[in-house]
Design a protein around this ligand. Structure first.
Ligand SMILES: [Mn+2]
Length: 290
């Protein structure tokens, strides 16, 4: 298993200096930096090549995370919107190839967050499957795994459980289209988190980790030792990526709905200490040392 974090831990906007952040993340002992996939298409070929080179030097793997906006919804009723979504995600995968980022995660089967104005789930689902079939071909071409993220009921009505994700992937039927599970979302929707991980099995392409309130693993009450046991049972050897959201304000605070300071006034040094302690905690639990 490799361990990583989303780039946005230290800020409250969906942006950062990836070069500085990569050094910080590697310095804390992580193996993976998860970047905002949407940022990649506005980076020049030189920037992508430089970030690729830096990440190789640091020993960091880069994964890419996307929740497309409504005007790029691959499951939209409107064909032009669906095509715009397919084009957008294809452009992202092209940029990921230049960066040598081989894992695309997020709500790629529709848009995020959903506003629940269209409640025809079967029709949205069917259009999503058709579009993701096309995207799967692009993913194959670039040797990328698309990991469809299962999110909770407040963010989408399309895919809330691992069983729905397995069904969706069965219908897409492409080995490059697999699943991302996230402990924060599973805590809301699944009966049993370790059992859900076992049901994803070899289709689990990445795991997002965070407590039920999106604080760092180890700061809450999710069953981390049992989650680690389930991961070892399925021989999981891919990315475990933290998505901690503790700071108020900005677009992140608004999108994630952080209405109080979950960091409890932590300084940058204390933020670094907290995430390093969480990484140590996760390695211990997931690698079976407890
Ligand atoms: Mn997530």
């Amino acid at each position: 298993m490799k361990f990583g974090t989303l780039y946005s831990y230290w800020g409250n906007e969906w942006s950062c200096d990836y070069f500085e952040t990569a050094k910080k993340i590697a310095g804390l002992g992580f193996d993976i930096m998860e970047v905002g996939a949407g940022h990649l298409i506005s980076m020049s070929d030189d920037e992508l090549a430089n970030l690729k080179a830096l990440s190789k030097d640091l020993g960091l793997t880069l994964t890419s995370n996307i929740g497309p906006a409504k005007d790029k919804d691959v499951a939209a009723v409107d064909e032009a919107t669906r095509n715009a979504g397919i084009q957008y995600l294809s452009d992202i995968m092209k940029a990921m190839d230049k960066l040598d980022s081989r894992t695309l995660v997020g709500v790629q089967y529709t848009y995020w967050p959903n506003d629940f104005t269209d409640m025809d789930k079967p029709a949205i689902w069917a259009r999503g499957v058709e579009s993701v079939k096309k995207l799967g071909k692009v993913a194959e071409q670039y040797n990328i795994e698309m990991c469809l993220e299962v999110v909770n009921r407040f963010e989408t009505h399309i895919m809330n459980t691992v069983d729905e994700a397995n069904q969706f992937c069965d219908e897409v039927d492409n080995k490059n289209v697999i699943i991302l599970l996230d402990t924060f979302h599973m805590n809301i929707e699944e009966d049993n988190i370790p059992a859900a991980i076992r049901r994803a099995g070899s289709r689990l392409g990445e795991l997002h980790v965070g407590e039920g309130n999106r604080k760092l693993p180890g700061e809450g009450s999710l069953p981390w030792a049992e989650i680690g046991k389930a991961l070892r049972d399925i021989n999981f050897n891919k990315g475990i990526v933290m998505e901690p959201f503790m700071l108020m304000g900005g677009q992140v605070g608004k999108d994630i709905k952080v209405w109080r300071d979950l960091s409890e006034g932590a300084s940058v040094e204390e933020m670094n200490e907290k995430i390093a302690a969480s990484l140590k905690f996760l390695r211990k639990n997931f690698l079976g040392e407890v």
